[in-house]
Design a protein around this ligand. Structure first.
Ligand code: NAP
Length: 331
């Protein structure tokens, strides 16, 4: 309940967002053609991801939809192709909660495609019961953090050799009430609260983005809050919040606007890499007077734990052969 009170407060902070902020938007920012550029979008069959895929397809980009449900993905693809007239829209069936499979997919993609200009880590979940994936990782963490980490880390070499490469991660303003916790990444301690675990994962995405930006100067990294938008994720995972917000929720297109801007515009590429965005502007990743800042040691501990976990899932066989298509690169 405290979280809902908190996000209702956060909603007040953000609520003028779209209406007020959009008055300052430069319409020509999105007057671009992206023919010849390729975009990978996770969770592209629904909500913000689907709206993003639709806009990019209409602008001529090649779209790689990474989705877990083949039927939903094919239905979305058909709609996108019909509405955009762009047939360069491809479906890849991957469950991002299955860590080893995410790695296999990314490795295979890297071999089959000469370039990838933009990766959009959009898929996200809020699982209310503690469940583990086949690799023994808690499912919210596996999807929202480990899936994003493995996919991005594995694709960095491909992004690096592509022109104007960008990585955008869809986080949430809910992360503002969370400080990075490095002592319980699998949520084994105390009462399990899926909403808080989700918010913690969203903070982890912000920290990851800051670290990636420092380590990979060729790629432009950003992380963002879409605003509270009326999507299946909100109506099914937070029904109370959905009911409370009613008509004040944004449309999916408004929720997708900053993702699209970060992916397409030249103006976005001119901003400093590694920042948190809301309504096409970099905004603070901490509330005023917040206790949510982490020390360098905490960040370092988080990054090393991720790396260790990644290696434990994608580990060498006893005979020295790697358990997968090629040597992993997580550092
Ligand atoms: N809407 C908001 O107000 C809001 C606010 C803050 C942040 N966000 C973030 O925005 C992003 C998009 O969510 P949305 O609001 O657009 O909700 P949505 O319409 O429910 O979309 C979520 C997408 O993620 C996919 N997904 C979830 N788990 C997955 C997995 N294990 N493997 C592959 N795909 C998976 C879903 O696939 P299925 O269709 O198969 O379930 C769906 O395509 C999420 O990261 C969410 O946390 C949304």
């Amino acid at each position: 309940l405290t979280y809902y009170k908190n996000i209702t407060e956060l909603f007040k902070v953000f609520q003028n967002g779209y209406e007020a902020a959009s008055k300052d938007f430069e319409p020509q920012d999105l007057s671009v053609s992206v023919v010849g550029r390729s975009f990978m979008i996770t969770g592209a069959n629904s909500g913000i991801g689907r709206a993003t895929a639709m806009t990019i397809a209409k602008k001529g980009g090649t779209v790689h939809m990474v989705c877990r449900n083949k039927d939903k993905a094919e239905e979305a693809r058909e709609d996108i192709v019909n509405q955009s007239g762009n047939t360069e829209v491809h479906v890849h069936v991957v469950d991002l909660s299955e860590t080893h499979k995410v790695w296999e997919f990314a490795e295979a993609f890297k071999k089959q495609h000469p370039s990838l200009n933009v990766l959009i880590n959009n898929a996200g979940c809020m699982v209310h019961k503690r469940e583990l994936n086949a690799d023994g990782l808690e499912k919210n963490f596996a999807t929202n953090t480990m899936g994003v980490y493995i996919l991005t880390q594995t694709l960095i070499p491909l992004l690096q050799k592509s022109r104007d490469p960008r990585v955008i991660t869809v986080s949430s303003g809910g992360m503002l009430v969370q400080k990075l916790r490095v002592d319980d990444l699998q949520s084994e301690k105390g009462h399990f609260d899926g909403v808080m675990v989700y918010a913690q994962n969203k903070r982890q995405q912000v920290v990851l983005t800051e670290q990636w930006a420092k380590a990979n100067p060729i790629i432009h990294f950003s992380v963002m809050h879409p605003g509270w938008a009326d999507t299946p994720a909100v109506s099914t995972s937070m029904p109370q919040f959905h009911h409370m917000m009613g008509e004040r929720l944004r449309s999916v297109e408004q929720g997708a606007d900053t993702v699209v801007w970060l992916a397409l515009s030249r103006a976005a590429a001119r901003t400093r890499s590694g920042q948190f965005f809301q309504d096409r502007r970099p905004v603070a990743a901490h509330l005023p007077l917040a206790w949510t800042r982490s020390s360098a040691e905490e960040v370092q501990s988080f990054m090393s734990q991720l790396e260790t976990l990644a290696f434990s899932v994608v580990q060498p066989q006893p005979d020295g052969e790697l358990n997968g298509p090629s040597r992993p690169q997580f550092v």
